[in-house]
Design a protein around this ligand. Structure first.
Ligand SMILES: NC(=O)c1ccc[n+]([C@@H]2O[C@H](COP(=O)([O-])OP(=O)(O)OC[C@H]3O[C@@H](n4cnc5c(N)ncnc54)[C@H](OP(=O)(O)O)[C@@H]3O)[C@@H](O)[C@H]2O)c1
Length: 247
């Protein structure tokens, strides 16, 4: 019997990268997994990799009606949820000087507002004693160039982790954050022109204490730990960053 047999797991942004690796870990352990994302083709490809029992839901976490629909589908499929991984997020590389209101609002709408209301809409479905994990970023504790708005949106999420952890204590729901450093998911290549992505990748590799990018699977293991095994931990942020935030 798998380690997560009988468990129901919901992952926003579960169609690629860290979210998909985490979905694979849980599905491999016998959990029922529901993933969301905005792109049908990516969700279909993830579905193929996860197997028939996985549920995919198209939706944008920045839209509260989409988040409502996501929770409604989770209720119909699972009834109650044992672990909620609030992982959907985007990054944009723009200097402070060039930052526009539109990009700022997009980052906060997805990374901060989307995450906040995802937890709120799932509250009635979260089993007492369940685990919520939010994805922040090493950027929220480091002064990094060209990601000021992204970093601030993730810092908001780090703060929410503490507040929600406190408010959900009476139901024994633990709320923690996973804070990735540079993880090899192609997120750089999707968020900036190829030359800039290559340059940033080389720079980030050289600057990392372990001199490498992390793998999505390394983050997935930490998410599983926080969601199910860290039973005396809440309000915490766990770095998976090659030491970048600590050394
Ligand atoms: N990779 C890194 O180096 C790194 C470092 C620190 C933190 N993070 C954080 O880790 C998380 C996962 O990143 P990743 O590297 O795995 O990136 P990724 O491969 O691009 O995955 C992002 C996932 O979120 C979904 N998504 C994005 N915007 C969404 C929205 N508005 N509504 C619903 N789903 C949405 C994406 O699907 P669609 O685009 O199809 O919607 C995809 O499934 C993000 O929160 C990111 O900020 C990543």
């Amino acid at each position: 019997m798998g380690e997560y047999e009988g468990k129901n797991v919901v992952i926003t942004g579960g169609s690629s990268g860290v979210g998909l690796a985490t979905a694979k870990l849980f599905a491999g352990g016998g959990a029922r997994v529901l993933i969301s994302g905005r792109t049908r083709a990516t969700l279909d490809s993830a579905h193929e990799q996860l197997g028939e029992s996985a549920v995919t839901v198209l939706g944008d976490v920045a839209s509260l009606s989409d988040v409502d629909a996501l929770a409604g589908r989770a209720k119909a499929e699972f009834g109650l949820v044992d672990a909620l991984f609030v992982n959907a997020g985007v990054t944009r590389s723009v200097s402070f000087e060039a930052m526009s209101e539109q990009v700022y609002d997009e980052l906060f709408a997805i990374n901060a507002k989307g995450a906040y209301f995802t937890v709120q809409k799932f509250l009635p479905l979260l089993r007492d004693g369940s685990g919520v994990v939010l994805t922040t970023s090493v950027a929220n504790v480091k002064g990094m160039p060209t990601v000021s708005a992204y970093a601030a949106s993730k810092a908001a999420l780090r703060s929410m982790t503490r507040s929600l952890a406190r408010e959900l204590l009476p139901r024994r729901i633990r709320v923690n954050a996973i804070s990735p450093g540079p993880i090899d998911t192609g997120i750089l290549e999707r968020s900036m022109p190829r030359d800039a992505a290559e340059q940033t990748r080389a720079q980030m590799t050289a600057n990392n204490p372990m001199l490498r990018f992390g793998d999505s699977g390394e983050v997935a293991k930490a998410v599983a730990f926080l969601a199910f095994h860290a039973t005396y931990t809440t309000g915490a942020e766990f770095p998976v960053d090659g030491g970048a935030s600590q050394l």
